[in-house]
Design a protein around this ligand. Structure first.
Ligand code: HEC
Ligand code: HEC
Ligand code: HEC
Length: 372
């Protein structure tokens, strides 16, 4: 009896093996002969659509890890997400104020309009799709895959999207940029178009308004060499940001130094009272003297207004932005350049509580703070 069962199993496995080999042979023959027409314009038969959709949904469900999501109703996250969406996603997916571009309608599968359509994905699944992209669909992965924090801004925006009117979206995406409609004269002469990727004021400050989100650094008054180096490092993929890398790549090389000079010379305006959660008094001690027991260097050695010109100034910088960068160094995600490594090393074993404190001290200082 036991011999019979073994024989039956053997036959079964043998048959499956032969069938698999035959299937592979047929697939190879089809690929080699060119019989299958890969033209996107043909579309997919309904059964293949169903099959691909099923595969995509189950694959995302199976692969997306459950992540703790931040507060997705935070206005700073939504504003940053909207500004990136307008140039980073809307060309393919369309937006409240724009249809899917006919060029991208020709993709197979066609990029869907996002909004109510993403309601069936969980926050973690949306995060995973935006981070990794979708194979065989033309949906690109995030340009800086370690920047989970930036990707949450897009998830927060997608969650807010169904409730936004066209004009609300336009204002949100334009940030501090102008939303006056383009005139025919400007349109035909090419002297002005709708907001481009390189419109810095969509996100950064102007002489009248602060940055549109606390996730976005203040640039006004930073030393020129620091700003120039930051832009060059984004261009070279030496500093990772899925938001700033594509923007820096589009700035014409000849204008880089002038853009840095523009922001260095921009008069820093007093901004609204900064939001922070730490204790500035304790933070001051760390900034001035460090914490030698935990190998934390005195921050002011490199961040006062008398420090080297290609080091950033921190006085008056956004607490939320500084915290995010410090957390990246802490988990070892940013160390592709020597200065980045210098900074990561200077932090030593700075605890989360110390980060809150030191950031609170810097955020609450006047922007052009003199060395104490
Ligand atoms: C080059 C074009 C392109 C760009 C740019 C792009 N996508 Fe996509 N995206 C696609 C295509 C095509 C699909 C359809 C995939 C499918 O149906 O299998 C897709 C699918 C998606 C989905 C899944 C939708 C669903 O429920 O089927 C989400 C969510 C998404 N994209 C978000 C984004 C976000 C956010 C951005 C910007 C950061 C972005 N995409 C940028 C082409 C693009
Ligand atoms: C969609 C929003 C957005 C736009 C548009 C934008 N930025 Fe940024 N910028 C950011 C964010 C977010 C960061 C922080 C990225 C990081 O974590 O490295 C940043 C960082 C920077 C930095 C580094 C500052 C520092 O303190 O480290 C510079 C320099 C900069 N941007 C310049 C520009 C310039 C110049 C333009 C226009 C050509 C521009 N940005 C357009 C969002 C934007
Ligand atoms: C030995 C010099 C040195 C010391 C000490 C130092 N830093 Fe830095 N820090 C740097 C350099 C250089 C950079 C720029 C890194 C880059 O551009 O990649 C930087 C960048 C930063 C940034 C990002 C600023 C921006 O605009 O993007 C923050 C926040 C920061 N440091 C906080 C601190 C804190 C807090 C301490 C003290 C615990 C500290 N640093 C000590 C050299 C130092």
């Amino acid at each position: 009896m036991s011999i019979d069962i073994t024989l039956t199993w053997r036959r079964l496995f043998g048959a499956i093996g032969v069938a698999a080999l035959l299937g592979l042979g047929v697939a190879l023959l089809v690929a080699w002969s060119g019989l299958y027409n890969v033209a996107a314009s043909r579309g997919h038969p309904a059964w293949l659509n169903w099959f691909l959709e099923l595969g995509m949904r189950n694959s995302v469900e199976a692969n997306a890890p459950r992540l703790p999501s931040p507060d997705l109703t935070e206005p700073g996250l939504i504003a940053l997400g909207a500004a990136h969406f307008q140039t980073g996603c809307a060309p393919c997916h369309g937006g409240p104020d724009q249809a899917v571009n006919p060029i991208y309608q020709g993709m197979l599968p066609e990029p869907p309009k996002l909004g109510d359509a993403v309601g069936h994905w969980s926050d973690s699944e949306l995060h995973w799709i935006i981070k990794h992209g979708l194979q065989y669909a033309g949906m690109p992965g995030w340009a800086a895959p370690h920047r989970d924090d930036e990707i949450w801004a897009l998830v927060a925006f997608l969650r807010a999207l169904p409730d936004l009117t066209e004009s609300e979206f336009r204002h949100l995406a334009a940030g501090n940029g102008s939303v006056t409609p383009v005139t025919v004269k400007q349109l035909v002469s090419g002297s002005a178009t709708s907001l481009a990727m390189t419109t810095c004021t969509k996100c950064h400050e102007t002489d009248l308004a602060p940055p549109v989100s606390d996730k976005i650094p203040r640039l006004a008054g930073q030393p020129r060499p620091f700003l120039l180096r930051a832009l060059q490092e984004y261009r070279a993929d030496a500093r990772q940001s899925g938001i700033m890398e594509p923007i820096a790549a589009e700035i014409p090389e000849a204008l880089l130094a002038d853009v840095a000079a523009y922001y260095a010379d921009l008069e820093p305006r007093p901004h609204p009272p900064p939001a922070f959660k730490g204790n500035p008094k304790r933070g001051r001690e760390i900034a001035l003297y460090g914490d030698p027991d935990n190998r934390v260097a005195a921050c002011q050695a490199c961040h006062s207004s008398a420090a080297k010109p290609d080091y950033p100034r921190l006085a008056g910088q956004s607490a939320s932005y500084m915290t995010a960068r410090l957390q990246h160094w802490k988990i070892g995600h940013e160390s592709k350049t020597p200065l980045d490594a210098l900074m990561a090393n200077a932090m030593g074993k700075l605890s989360d509580e110390q980060i809150d404190d030191v950031v609170a001290w810097y955020a609450s200082r006047p922007i052009e703070g003199e060395p104490p």
